[in-house]
Design a protein around this ligand. Structure first.
Ligand code: HEM
Length: 147
């Protein structure tokens, strides 16, 4: 059993699940903020709140934690001298930004839960591109490993 490949498989499963949530949650925020703007039914608004909360608590949080744990185990497997490599430094910058974005979405989720959202549907459409760009950059950096 190759432990490095096992770590990498778990890392990739978790990172894909985390990315799915990071891409989907702002989409729900788009529909949620549109529904609130158009005074849609209370039932619909509560459904959005439940979807957001469950996605964040049961998928995104565990997936982020497992991505970090197995990412760190991978750094340990390939050797900590890789901290000196440009590709790993770039990768860590990208995943730190993704993590900050994750907690920003959590703040938005709490505001929605209190009917206190202050951003427009257009805002959520625009920020939805952030994880897309970071996903592409992260994959290219870790596969091509420049320097
Ligand atoms: C959460 C913090 C993360 C850390 C600390 C981390 C760290 C690492 C490390 C050290 C490797 C091993 C590279 C190698 O074997 O040479 C790796 C592989 C990989 N990571 Fe991450 N990673 C993180 C998050 C992510 C995320 C969010 C994604 C997806 C967007 C991702 C995608 C990948 C891919 C595709 C590989 C496989 C590359 C290959 O085998 O060539 N990682 N990661």
């Amino acid at each position: 059993m190759n432990i490095y490949l096992l770590f990498k498989s778990i890392h990739l499963i978790a990172a894909i699940s985390w990315m799915a949530g990071l891409l989907y949650l702002p989409r729900i925020f788009v529909y949620h903020s549109e529904a609130a703007q158009n005074n849609k039914s209370k039932d619909l608004i509560s459904t959005f709140k439940v979807m957001e909360r469950r996605l964040f608590i049961y998928i995104m949080n565990p997936a982020m934690i497992v991505s970090w744990i197995f990412g760190i185990l991978l750094i340990h497997s390939i050797g900590t001298e890789n901290f000196g490599s440009f590709w790993l430094q770039l990768k860590l910058i990208f995943v730190v930004i993704l993590t900050m974005y994750h907690f920003f979405l959590f703040q938005c989720l709490k505001n929605f839960a209190q009917n206190n959202n202050s951003f427009s549907p257009k805002f959520y459409r625009i920020i939805n591109e952030i994880p897309t760009v970071l996903l592409i950059a992260t994959i290219i950096v870790v596969v091509f490993k420049p320097l």
